[in-house]
Design a protein around this ligand. Structure first.
Ligand SMILES: [Zn+2]
Length: 113
């Protein structure tokens, strides 16, 4: 899961002119656009559960060929063996879980607005 900020020039309806804007992306989805001049911000609703699902799916698909073949041949066994493989990288998983939790909090709060 990754949050990326992009700076660009856009027309702001509040400033009534083209101003510098900051666009925030969560993975490949746009999550907010903010005018750097007046601070007018548009939040775009993101389904965080869907984002996590897509990311996990993407990771499974992008694994090396050997793993993909294994996946095709023994789907059930492969899925059962996944947690063990993930646990073998405890620090990375811990860091990612913490990061995802943070995003979850941020985007869940936004959903209720
Ligand atoms: Zn503005």
């Amino acid at each position: 899961m990754k949050e990326t900020k992009v700076n660009t020039s856009l027309f702001c309806v509040h400033c009534k002119e083209e101003t510098a804007h900051t666009i925030v992306y969560l993975n490949k989805r746009m999550s907010s656009i903010e005018c750097d001049c007046c601070g007018r911000r548009i939040d775009i609703k993101i389904d965080i559960s869907q984002e996590i699902y897509d990311e996990v799916l993407e990771r499974i698909i992008s694994k090396p060929v050997r793993m993909t073949e294994e996946y095709r041949d023994h789907l059930k066994e492969f899925l059962l063996s996944l947690p063990k493989r993930i646990v073998s990288k405890p620090y990375r998983v811990y860091r990612e879980a913490k990061e995802i939790k943070g995003y979850f909090k941020k985007y869940s709060v936004r959903k209720k607005e």
